[in-house]
Unconditional design. Structure first.
Ligand code: GLC
Ligand code: CA
Length: 524
């Protein structure tokens, strides 16, 4: 386990939309370099960049054409190396995005794989043995290549699935996971990882990490074996490199070698019911919505076993949002977000802040889809730096040349105005992250324990190490008697209750914890 993860706070940058330095309307690597001090000022000490590789951009870069080449619109490989160096000087690590499940249909491997005559890359993708032989249970394409077969897709039409083999084989064209050509796919991915690690990158966020072996068993053991093999390489040659999975099943992913696994917004799971539970019948019952009315019990029913069963292997990564998820501002106000983010940055594991969430950037409704974004496009709009500058300081380009239009609302937030407003969200983000760095008990490893959570009640109290944290997202004052609390709080008198962080009002009396509306408190 790389030791730096223990106190890591990540900032996710969607490179297209962060900062454009050459006026072409698209963010670039130089832009990220110029904003490193800003990233640092938030307290983030690590970055995750969405794919910056050469690509036809039919899925915003998740359709990789050349894994070893930075896309021209972002700069050059040398620029990226300079970003690694500049970031490291400031104590910031940089994770790239590894896309191991598929490539672009324009990748050289795929072109070779489409050829009429068999060649050494013929099995790099999953093909059937006839143009009229389709694939049950998976999307596929037929009739597009000279080769007499259909190929499997992993996501969009532009993303053919790489071949790591099939575990439970039922068709003659399916290849076993230990076939040399399937092993060669894994080795090719390792080669790409080494290429960037040798240039100074600090690890990878891994796209669709569970998607490698097809017809895998329920616990994805064959896909897991590939990650264990890759982890062995890291442990041996790059012990400081981090691997973070887009899997959202830490009980699997962390056992298979990932250091951290994202807690993603999947309908009905623990993260979804906290922030984005708008699809349930009868309104939005998200725990952090002030009028959501919910207790933390639905969250805990999902989270606690995930945490308990995975904590000895690695970390769960809470996210404020990501490039695939609607920003929380779609349904929540700034006061709700202050409480919600304070929670995120006081939980175990390795947290991720999505660019712009620190100023409460809006989810843009009705923006035209860009590069396969569709409804995700609304969470990918240009970063708003300066209220008074053209395009909020994101780019000098004319507004019709921007990658995605900027937020046109007159009260759109920006870094400049947020900095000047003592009550703005950015200050909450900075102070809770600063506190996390200052207190080991708030970092990745310190133990988490539920102290008070009850069906039908809004108050949630949990312990991190020697700290007691109390949350009330609701509109009314809430109270918990110490005698009803588990763990250290029940030992009345022993808690001195030094308030070290607070939003709203909080009181630790002799016999109870009392929290005012929309309040958050950390007692030492
Ligand atoms: C992941 C990415 C998403 C992409 C997809 C296909 O879910 O986060 O943006 O479209 O994989 O690569
Ligand atoms: Ca640019």
């Amino acid at each position: 386990m790389p030791a730096w993860l223990k106190d890591a706070v990540f900032y996710e940058i969607y490179p297209q939309s962060f900062c454009d330095t050459n006026g072409d309307g698209i963010g670039d690597i130089e832009g990220i370099i110029t904003k490193l001090d800003y990233v640092k000022s938030l307290g983030a000490n690590a970055l995750w960049l969405n794919p910056i590789y050469d690509s036809p951009f039919k899925d915003a870069g998740y359709d990789v054409r050349d894994y070893k080449k930075v896309a021209e619109r972002y700069g050059t490989n040398d620029d990226l190396v300079r970003l690694f160096e500049e970031a490291h000087k400031k104590g910031i690590k940089v994770l790239l995005d590894l896309v191991p499940g598929h490539t672009s249909e324009e990748h050289e491997w795929f072109k070779k794989s489409c050829e009429y005559e068999p060649n050494d890359l013929w099995n790099r993708y999953i093909w059937t043995n006839g143009a009229f032989c389709g694939i049950g249970g998976h999307p596929y394409i037929g009739g597009e290549a000279e080769r007499d077969g259909c190929y499997m897709l992993n996501f969009f039409k532009c993303q053919p699935a790489l071949n790591y083999g099939v575990l439970n084989r039922t068709e003659p064209w399916q290849m076993p996971v230990d076939h040399p050509d399937c092993i060669a796919t894994r080795e090719a991915m390792k080669d790409i990882m080494r290429f960037w690690l040798d240039k100074g990158c600090d690890g990878f966020r891994v796209d669709m990490a569970d998607s490698l072996v097809k017809e895998d068993d329920e616990v994805k053991s064959a896909t897991g074996a590939i990650w264990q093999n890759i982890r062995e390489m890291l442990d041996k040659d790059y012990p400081e490199a981090a691997l973070v999975s887009e899997w959202s099943n830490p009980e699997c992913a962390l056992k298979y070698g990932f250091h951290a696994d994202f807690y993603l917004d999947h309908h009905g799971n623990g993260l979804n019911v906290l922030f984005r539970d708008g699809e349930t019948e009868g309104g939005d019952h998200s725990y952090f919505k002030k009028d959501g009315g919910d207790s933390p019990m639905r969250f805990l029913a999902d989270y606690e076993h995930k945490y308990e069963n995975s904590k000895k292997y690695g970390y769960i990564s809470f996210i404020t949002c990501n490039h695939d998820t609607p920003r929380c501002t779609k349904t929540m106000g700034i006061d709700e977000l202050k409480v919600a983010y304070s929670f995120i940055f006081t939980m175990p594991g390795v947290p991720f802040l999505y660019y712009g969430d620190e100023i409460g950037m809006r989810y843009l409704e009705n923006v035209k889809t860009k590069e396969g974004g569709f409804q995700r496009t609304g969470s990918r709009s240009p970063m708003q730096w300066d209220k008074s500058a053209k395009n909020y300081g994101f780019s000098e380009a004319d507004s019709d040349k921007l990658y995605i239009p900027v937020d046109a609302s007159s009260d759109a937030p920006a870094v400049s105005s947020a900095e000047a407003d003592a009550d703005s969200l950015i200050h909450t983000v900075r102070s809770i992250i600063a506190l996390r760095h200052a207190k080991e008990d708030l970092q990745a490893d310190a133990d988490f324990q539920v102290v008070y959570a009850k069906e039908g009640e809004r108050l949630f109290i949990y312990r991190r190490g020697s700290l007691v944290i109390a949350v009330n997202p609701g509109e009314k004052e809430e109270k918990a008697y110490k005698k009803d609390c588990a763990d250290i709080l029940s030992k009345a008198g022993e808690i001195k209750g030094n308030l070290i962080y607070g939003i709203g009002t909080a009181d630790l009396t002799d016999d109870a914890v009392v929290l005012g509306p929309q309040s958050f408190a950390i007692f030492e």
